[in-house]
Write a protein that binds this ligand. Sequence first.
Ligand SMILES: [Zn+2]
Length: 391
Amino acid sequence: MRFDMGHRYGAHMKLVVQVKLLPSPGQAAALEATLLACNDAANWVAEVAFGMTSRRNYDVRKRTYANLRAAGIGSQAAQHVIKKVCDAYTTLKVNIRAGNLGEPGSSRRVRAESKSVRFRPDAAQPYDQRNLSFALDARTVSLWTISGRLKDVPFIGSQSQLEQLAAHPRGESDLIHRSGMWFLAVTLDVPDPDPHEPDGWLGVDLGIVNIATTSDGKRMAGRVLNRYRRRQLALRRKLQAKATKSAKRLLKRQRRREARFAADTNHCIAKTEDLTGIRARVRLRKDQRSSLHSWAFAQLGRFIAYKARRSGVAVAYVNPAHTSQQCSECSYTDRNNRAGQATFACRACGAILHADVNGSRNIALRADAAWLAGRQSSVPEPVLGLVLDAA
Ligand SMILES: [Zn+2]
């Protein structure tokens, strides 16, 4: 495992903005018919792919694309349908490999492996710039449907969503039908906010013994949040003293960011705790276990990196080796320092600490060292391809 710092200057990340469509009854009928047609098509492609030895996009497309076009599916939509199917098979494969569907031979796994993947008649359909366009000023979209191009479909979004839509390049969008309402989930390519110079670290323990459990997580999160709030309060006072229009705007933005940061931090902890027991539930052979770990590490790591980057919070990945055996007071490292699962007792200096507190402090010390060394991140793409080597 390396010491890595998550932030790179000039880096970009994906942000998803969801706007609500307000189609007329006639437009809604066309959208509904479109999802139905695309998911019918997807189910057919899935059956074809199920019988193929290679389910790579290129191979599946060769066998299915012409039929989809003949059935009236637009060329972009047809490619998205095929990709949706291939992605579903890849996800299934990853889940099976990770043991999420049980051991080989278990009824759940057999069921999943013995038939083609299926899509709900109203499952989301991806669009891109070629078959979906935005008129931001008019607040309408125009998009491909099975009954021709649909123009001037009104949409609504919050002020900040509209600003983000206008400010950043758009990638793919998902057309979503949920509880009788229509949405577009638009992917934006957003530059990273510059991280604040950190004055503390939130240690998230991805340790092997308690994978992704942070019994001290809440306490640590609370400390970091308080420090963050104090810092933001000082900034707010400074802005309030100014009382200009732009200062007010900054204040508003800052309050929102603070609320988000609190929510994000808590979400991180909640998410972290969701992964507790993943090892207990899944019994795998030893060689499979290590791949389950890297899967869980990568999932959690990606989530934390994403949330942190959204809030402009720096991320440092540190080598967690021996953080539970090392004394955060005197650095003495000994396996016997650990008196039990919950208690750390140093054989050299006699310090007695909660084991997780001691571990978190060690991680914070290492993060500080990495930050002070000014190391640039060697994580290639934190949102999509973060690699957390298991120690
Ligand atoms: Zn000590």
